[in-house]
Design a protein around this ligand. Sequence first.
Ligand code: NAD
Length: 347
Amino acid sequence: MKKYRLAIIGLGRMASTIDQEVINYPPVKLPYSIASSCQEIDRIELVAGADVLLEKRAAFSNKWERDAVYQDYLEMIVQEEPDIVAICTKGELHAEMAVRVAESGVKMIYLEKAIACSMVEADSVLEVCQKNGVFLNTGALRRFDSRYQIAKACIDQGEIGDLQYGVHYAAASLLHGHIHAVDTLMYLMGDPQATRVRGDLRPSGLLIEENRLGSDPSATYQIVFENGVGATTIPAGNWDFEIFGTKGCIKSYNNGVNWQLQQKTQVTDRYTPFLNVDYSAPVHHSATIACLEDLVDAFETGRQTLGDITIAHHATEICLAVAESHQQGGGWIDLPLANRSLYIYHV
Ligand SMILES: NC(=O)c1ccc[n+]([C@@H]2O[C@H](COP(=O)([O-])OP(=O)(O)OC[C@H]3O[C@@H](n4cnc5c(N)ncnc54)[C@H](O)[C@@H]3O)[C@@H](O)[C@H]2O)c1
């Protein structure tokens, strides 16, 4: 079996240490960090890491017993010749690093979400991946979580009928939080293309000066997809999702821990309520492992990754259109987004 060499840029929480934060936290199945997930994937070997901070390099080196640590990630790529690079720095560096890594010849990239702070940046990542034949997945991990995959299979099998509407419940920031929610809604509804988006940032009077926001705002939104299906978010709740169809709905509660399938049931000739039907607790595997495995499978077979760059690019465009809608007074924004230089900083 071919063993793929994986190197990480940015040796912080998602790269190395986040597992200890989610012990006794049922919504997340360990392993969670990239480094810890590599320990459980036979065909991936963690070989090196790069971080600008000496203490992060030292901690990573000690924890994972790897001597190959670098201050300069491009030097790491030249010296270590990784097959996969995981970019786990903060958001403002994602696009620039992805472009440089792709241009260096690396064919598999795990890029943390959101992939970019503007559509100019997102376009550059899309272009370089397509030009260089790069396979990419992002850290929008619910689509790799077995519980959401089982729900998606249930929807695909027609258990809730024809799709109508998706709802997400949680107060969340736009590019750190809602990029996950938008990606999950897209995934559960079959990754349709959005045609229109409207939304509001909070607080309501928030001013975007010179087409740039220096912090990631709270947001609410509505999305219209090409097939007439819609989606929205409610700024309260516990990362719950509901997908409605003509015959029923599927709901997740408590950040994916509890699930419910309901189907329209004829109780009287005039009354057809949604009633619970059997939906046994879905099995739960590590989403990070599934994400990295998907990247390698896609590379080996030539198929598209589950979180392909075109999907990540589109989810980013939806989120940035929310900010543009806010900037234009809350009206509908047609996609593709015309204002491609609108910049929202995120961590
Ligand atoms: N997918 C998920 O579930 C998930 C969970 C946590 C964090 N994240 C995302 O992961 C990303 C990183 O977040 P974090 O909390 O791990 O951050 P962190 O601050 O813990 O780690 C980032 C690291 O990047 C390093 N860095 C900065 N500039 C660098 C450069 N030029 N070259 C090399 N290293 C550099 C920093 O020194 C730091 O150690 C964020 O985008 C965040 O949204 C995703």
